[in-house]
Design a protein around this ligand. Structure first.
Ligand SMILES: NC(=O)c1ccc[n+]([C@@H]2O[C@H](COP(=O)([O-])OP(=O)(O)OC[C@H]3O[C@@H](n4cnc5c(N)ncnc54)[C@H](O)[C@@H]3O)[C@@H](O)[C@H]2O)c1
Length: 251
């Protein structure tokens, strides 16, 4: 087991990639705090992990609210007495459309969750990790940060901020033995996918699939495999990496 005895907090783990990450971490022996703004989804995932013999608890938190993220980290620490891994996975997008048609409200929401959410979890988690003298943070960015395509400009920009802040956090936190890495997934068939497609038709899905050299979209299991590796001790010299999991899409 690659994560035996580690405590992992995963934001946005009530569906999609986060659900796959939470379940994979639990299978690898981690105690998982499933966190999401979506209470029903989060409770379902935690229950399914427990039913499969893993260890999980649900904690509702909106990453756009600092009180929530502080309460989340406090909960993880008090519940398990330690805290090893934070996965900043919660994310939203505006609908695929021309950049000038994205409303200010949509823009603010994308940045509030995708970027400021990481600011909030960082403020809560890093002091604890510093005190411990160790910790792992994994941010879920996107291929949109590396190889942006039309119609998702402000979402792409938010993920560009995530890859830059990942490297900046990695260098600033290295003296504290806190590793910070990111994953850049290609499109995956999660509840978020229709937002990226704009129009969800067999044709738009096929166009996405065809843009991936290895010929398929990503799955939660693909992303979870990257998280498990980066969170494990096998990756102890890896920090500041933004790893594409994209079937060659960004080449
Ligand atoms: N699916 C893709 O094609 C794709 C590609 C690249 C990157 N990503 C990124 O992967 C991550 C997971 O997305 P997904 O595709 O699994 O979509 P998803 O919608 O299934 O998962 C996102 C989760 O975040 C939660 N969430 C939304 N706002 C929140 C908030 N304010 N506080 C806490 N939780 C909140 C949602 O309830 C949901 O459970 C996101 O950061 C997304 O940007 C997705």
């Amino acid at each position: 087991m690659q994560l035996a005895g580690k405590v992992a907090v995963i934001t946005g783990s009530g569906s999609g990639f986060g659900e796959g990450i939470a379940k994979a971490c639990a299978r690898e022996g981690a105690w998982v705090v499933v966190s999401d703004i979506n209470e029903a989804g989060g409770r379902r995932v935690a229950d399914e992990i427990e039913a499969a013999g893993g260890s999980a608890a649900f904690f509702k938190a909106d990453v756009a609210k600092s009180d929530d993220t502080q309460a989340l980290i406090d909960y993880a620490q008090s519940h398990y007495g330690r805290f090893d891994v934070l996965v900043n996975n919660a994310g939203v997008s505006h609908l695929r459309k021309p950049m000038t048609e994205v409303t200010e409200e949509e823009f603010d929401q994308v940045f509030a969750v995708n970027v400021k959410g990481i600011y909030h979890t960082t403020k809560a988690a890093v002091p604890v990790m510093r005190e411990q003298g160790r910790g792992v943070i994994i941010n879920i960015a996107s291929t949109g940060a590396v190889s942006p395509r039309p119609g998702l400009t402000w979402y792409n920009a938010s993920k560009g901020a995530v890859t830059t802040l990942t490297k900046s956090m990695a260098i600033e936190l290295a003296p504290d033995h806190i590793r910070v890495n990111a994953l850049n997934p290609v499109a995956g068939d999660t509840p978020l996918l229709p937002t990226f497609l704009g129009e969800d038709t067999p044709e738009t899905r096929e166009a996405f699939r065809a843009s991936v050299p290895l010929g398929r979209l990503s799955t939660p299991a693909d992303i979870a495999a990257g998280v498990v590796f980066l969170a494990s001790d096998a990756a102890e010299l890896i920090t500041g990496v933004c790893l594409e999991i994209d079937g060659g899409r960004c080449i």
